[in-house]
Design a protein around this ligand. Structure first.
Ligand code: 4NP
Length: 175
């Protein structure tokens, strides 16, 4: 992983770090990232210091549970996805410290929505946290893929979310 520039984070222990994962539909990649991040934070007994959510740039599936294929693949890994789809909104830039798009298209849409330069600095692509980012410079949309597409997304997100957790913890310790 090359040098990662993070936006300002809350002072250690002052309040939870707030992370929003974003994809297009908010039924496959970002709710999976949301569920995986919740499970990592729970494994560390750190729930009180994290707020995690997800949203979509599109509005096709508002109110729906995640795609049944993603739910099945996640469940095999012990993760229940119960998020209800919502669309990203400008206020999310006030409410979250870090906004994590899954691909370049989501990133461009978020940059257009960001109300200020400081808000835009909160956008850090998911692939930046993934060890294999030389190979996967985005999290591929699994919607039209087979089972292997969903498994690949979960592998990339598990690795990326573990790194994100450690990077923020280390960042806070050094702050
Ligand atoms: P996601 O996948 O962005 O990872 O949730 C998609 C889900 C639905 C659609 C596209 C991508 N769609 O076109 O409905």
């Amino acid at each position: 992983m090359d040098t990662l520039f993070l936006p300002p984070m809350p002072a250690p222990g002052s309040r939870p770090v707030k992370v929003l994962f974003v994809c297009l539909g908010n039924i496959c990649r970002s709710p999976a990232a949301d569920g995986i991040m919740h499970s990592i934070v729970a494994e560390h007994g750190d729930e009180a210091m994290w707020e995690i959510d997800s949203a979509g740039t599109g509005n096709y599936h508002i109110g729906e549970l995640p795609d049944h294929r993603m739910r099945i693949h996640a469940r095999r890994r012990g993760i229940e996805l119960t998020h209800r789809c919502r669309q990203v909104r400008e206020a999310d830039f006030d409410d979250f410290d870090l906004i994590v798009p899954m691909d370049g298209s989501n990133e461009q849409n978020l940059r257009r929505l960001a109300p200020t330069v400081e808000a835009e600095a909160k956008i850090v692509p998911m692939a930046r946290f993934v060890d294999m980012s030389f190979r996967y410079d985005h999290i591929p949309d699994p919607y039209y893929s087979g089972a292997e597409g969903f498994e690949l997304v979960l592998d990339l997100l598990q690795n990326g979310c573990e790194n994100l957790y450690q990077i923020i913890k280390n960042h806070n310790q050094n702050a």
